[in-house]
Design a protein around this ligand. Structure first.
Ligand code: BGC
Length: 364
C-alpha cells in the first residue's frame, strides 16, 4: 500500500526542521494565499480514546501557538451530522485549511469535497478518508501498529507458557480505515500461527465506533460463546482492552489472559503496571500534530511541501502525499519512555493505588 521513502525518512525530515517547501505560491492556490492563515480542526469524539482531547488537542494547540497562526479546534462527539455542521461553520468563518479525523469515509469525503470546492486546503489527520480528496494524509504507520500488537500478544502468551492458546479479536470500528490497517498488521503475525495450529482462532468481532461499553458486551458474549476458553485478547486500542479487562475481572481471569491495546493512555498504562494488560502501542501524537500543523500552515499560505512518500487510497486509487510516523511497543519495562516523552506524567500513572506498583515497574 505504501511506496516511496519509509517512516524513518519522514521522522528524519521532521527531526531536521520540518518538511521541504517546494516553491512558494505555486499559483494554483491563490484563494488561500491571499487570506490570513486560519486552521480548522475537527476531532472525532472524546470517548473512543483519551488521545483526542487529552493529547491531540493539546499538541495541536501547542503547534499552532508556536507558529502564531489562528485556529479553531472542535470535536464532533461521534455525531456525523455535527461533523458536517462544524465543517460548514468553519468554511463560512474563513478557515484557509481544514484538518479532519473522519467518523467514516462517506461524511469525510463530503466535507473534504465541499472544502475543496471553496478553495480551502485539506488534510486527513490520522485517518485516511477513502475515496476522499485531502491534499495530505498525516498518521502513523498503522500496519506496523497492528504488527506490534500481534507480536506483543505472542510475546505475552509465550511468557505465560500458553499452549495452543485461543485468541479472540476485538477490532476497531468498521468505518475507520485505520482499524483495517491495524488488523492487517496483527493478522500478518497471528494468521500464520492459526494456520500452523500453534494458536487457535477464537471469536473475531469489530466494535462499532470503538465504543468501550459495546466492546464489553461483545467480549462478554465472546467469553460465553467459548465457555470461558479465551487465552489472549487482541484488542485494537486501550479503550477496547480496558473493556475486555473489566469482563475478565468479573470472571477472575484478569492477569491470566494477556490483552493488548494502543494509545498509551493513562488507563492502559495503569492496566499494564497492574499486570492486567500485556502491552500498548505508543504513538507520539506531538510529532503527528506538529507534522500536520506544518503542512496546514504551508497550505494556508498557498505553499506546497514534499513529504517524500505517498499512501495509495484503495478506493479512489490516488497516491496521497503522506507523513507516516513510527509507533513503538510499550511493555511494563519501558513505560518510563512514554513519561520521558511528555505524553503522560508520572503523577497521572502513579496516582493512589498505583503508587506502589509504579516502583515495581521502574517508575520512580
Ligand atoms: C486511532 C487510534 C484510536 C482510535 C479510536 C484510530 O483511528 O488511530 O489512535 O485509538 O481511532 O479513537
Amino acid at each position: 500500500m505504501r511506496k516511496g521513502i519509509l517512516t524513518i525518512a519522514a521522522v528524519g525530515l521532521l527531526a531536521t526542521g520540518g518538511l521541504t517547501a517546494c516553491g512558494d505560491d505555486s499559483g494554483d492556490d491563490k484563494a488561500s494565499s491571499a487570506k490570513t492563515p486560519k486552521i480548522g480542526v475537527i476531532l472525532p469524539d472524546s470517548k473512543s480514546s483519551a488521545r483526542w482531547e487529552g493529547a491531540d488537542r493539546r499538541f495541536l494547540e501547542e503547534a499552532f501557538e508556536a507558529a502564531g497562526v489562528q485556529y479553531d479546534i472542535q470535536n464532533a462527539q461521534n455525531d456525523k451530522t455535527a461533523f458536517q455542521t462544524i465543517a460548514d461553520q468553519m468554511i463560512t468563518s474563513g478557515v484557509t485549511a481544514l484538518m479532519i479525523t473522519n467518523l467514516d469515509s462517506g461524511t469525510g469525503k463530503a466535507v473534504l469535497d465541499k472544502a475543496k470546492s471553496q478553495g480551502v486546503a485539506t488534510i486527513d489527520y490520522d485517518r485516511l478518508t477513502l475515496g476522499g480528496s485531502a491534499q495530505y494524509y498525516v498518521s502513523f504507520d498503522n500496519e506496523t501498529v497492528g504488527k506490534l500488537q500481534g507480536e506483543g500478544l505472542a510475546k505475552c502468551l509465550t511468557e505465560k507458557g500458553a499452549k495452543n492458546p485461543v485468541v479472540a479479536y476485538l477490532n476497531g470500528s468498521p468505518t475507520d480505515n485505520n482499524a483495517t490497517l491495524f488488523k492487517a498488521g496483527y493478522d500478518s503475525v497471528l494468521k500464520p500461527k492459526f494456520d500452523s495450529k500453534e494458536y487457535t482462532k477464537g471469536p473475531d468481532d469489530a466494535v462499532p465506533g470503538w465504543d468501550g461499553p459495546t466492546a464489553a458486551t461483545i467480549f462478554e458474549q465472546q467469553l460465553t460463546a467459548t465457555k470461558g476458553k479465551i487465552d489472549g485478547v487482541l484488542a485494537a486500542n486501550d479503550t477496547l482492552g480496558n473493556a475486555a479487562i473489566s469482563i475478565l475481572k468479573k470472571n477472575k481471569l484478569n492477569g491470566k489472559v494477556p490483552v493488548t491495546g494502543q494509545d498509551a493512555s493513562v488507563e492502559g498504562l495503569q492496566n499494564i503496571i497492574a499486570g492486567d494488560q500485556c502491552m500498548t502501542v505508543y504513538k507520539a501524537v506531538r510529532e503527528e500534530a506538529k507534522a500536520a500543523s506544518d503542512l496546514a500552515i504551508a497550505l494556508a499560505k498557498g505553499e506546497k511541501k514534499e513529504t517524500g512518500q505517498t499512501v495509495k487510497d484503495p478506493e479512489g486509487g490516488r497516491d496521497v502525499p503522506s507523513v507516516l510516523l513510527t509507533p513503538k511497543a510499550i511493555y511494563k519495562d519501558n513505560i518510563k519512555d512514554v513519561i520521558a516523552d511528555g505524553y503522560v506524567t508520572k503523577e497521572q500513572i502513579c496516582a493512589d493505588a498505583y503508587a506502589k506498583l509504579c516502583a515495581g515497574a521502574g517508575i520512580s
